[in-house]
Design a protein around this ligand. Structure first.
Ligand SMILES: NC(=O)c1ccc[n+]([C@@H]2O[C@H](COP(=O)([O-])OP(=O)(O)OC[C@H]3O[C@@H](n4cnc5c(N)ncnc54)[C@H](O)[C@@H]3O)[C@@H](O)[C@H]2O)c1
Ligand SMILES: [Zn+2]
Length: 305
């Protein structure tokens, strides 16, 4: 049921072996790797070391950051693919965070009406969330993910060693989505994550499995998949508010979602029967989690959570 939406999600050592075999088999007329200016520096050299066959690929580099998740970036990549001789049998490997995997997936789905692509997420958020579930796309002005397609890559390769160079704040960003997976589906996962180091492979894998299962049951977000938006309605409002008020420094997506989850847990108490005790416990644990990031203390006070 709905298996067409399920990409293989592979971890080491199968992940490296999969890519190596795909490239060595010669089934693709050409191979392109998309990085941003950070993952080009931090991740591309490591990938070539782990999978030497990839060194022959054409490298495409986009500017990093959400601000570049635009149709203009796509246009310039479609042109580069064209000039580089990409045809319908070419492969695009997206090596980066959620911006690269979302945008690169969209570029691949639309170039020549669709070429194969593989996601290699390098941020925690893209490993546990953005790379899983087939949503691709770009922003339209300040409106996030307004243009896109739901299309799975042929595989997602999760190599946690990439996290060694990920800035701490970005690690926290991804951890929030893992906490969300625990809260919506698996209390045990939530309990472990509030005390453990979330970068452990088993915890990352479990988070991926939770998202994958939700997507399997409702690939096109008609019902169940909406639970993945827990914390996002109010979180996005806070994120957008801060983005549009330049006198205040913006929050990362996960930071805003953590605040959104606290607020929505309270609404769940008011409207859906969540006990006040549970709503308070969620708030206590999320605030303790956010306070582990010193810079956030001030912002939490500003938002008077
Ligand atoms: N498709 C989905 O279902 C889905 C789900 C959640 C989020 N998203 C999207 O994901 C995006 C956010 O993803 P993100 O948080 O990964 O942001 P991002 O891609 O901007 O990455 C964050 C920063 O970390 C850098 N980086 C990535 N990996 C690194 C590494 N290993 N070492 C050093 N630096 C590294 C990036 O260059 C960037 O500067 C948003 O656009 C969001 O809409 C999509
Ligand atoms: Zn999110």
């Amino acid at each position: 049921m709905n298996e067409q939406f399920q990409a293989d999600i592979l971890t080491p050592p199968l992940a490296q072996a999969f890519l190596s075999q795909k490239l060595a088999a010669g089934q693709y007329s050409s191979v392109f790797v998309l990085c941003d200016d950070q993952t080009q520096f931090h991740c591309w050299p490591a990938l070539q070391k782990w999978v030497p066959e990839v060194a022959d690929a054409h490298l495409l580099v986009m500017k990093s950051g959400e601000i570049n998740k635009t149709i203009e970036t796509c246009t310039s990549l479609w042109k580069e693919l064209s000039v580089g001789g990409a045809d319908r049998n070419s492969l695009l490997v997206n090596l980066g965070g959620g911006v690269v995997t979302d945008l690169g997936g969209f570029v691949a789905c639309t170039y020549k009406r669709g070429i194969d692509f593989i996601n290699i997420p390098t941020s925690l958020l893209s490993m546990v969330d953005a790379s899983v579930g087939g949503k691709t796309g770009v922003d339209l002005g300040i409106l996030k993910n307004q243009v896109g397609i739901i299309q799975e890559p042929i595989a997602v390769l999760v190599l946690p060693n990439f996290l060694n160079t990920l800035p701490e704040r970005q690690m926290h960003n991804g951890m929030v989505e893992m906490l969300k997976h625990g809260l919506i589906v698996d209390k045990g996962h939530w309990d472990v994550l509030t005390v453990e180091n979330c970068s452990q492979l088993e915890l990352i894998q479990h988070s991926i499995e939770i998202k994958k299962e939700v997507v399997r049951q409702d690939p096109t977000e008609k019902g169940l998949r909406k639970i993945l938006n827990f914390g996002h309605t109010l979180g996005h409002a806070i994120e957008s508010f801060l983005l549009n008020h330049s006198e205040r420094s913006p929050l990362l997506h996960g930071e805003a979602i953590a605040i959104g989850m606290i607020l929505e847990a309270y609404l769940s108490h008011k409207v859906c029967g969540l006990s006040l005790l549970d709503a308070e416990l969620i708030k206590k644990r999320l605030i303790a989690f956010l306070r582990r990031r010193p810079l956030l203390r001030m912002k939490l006070r500003l938002l008077a959570v």
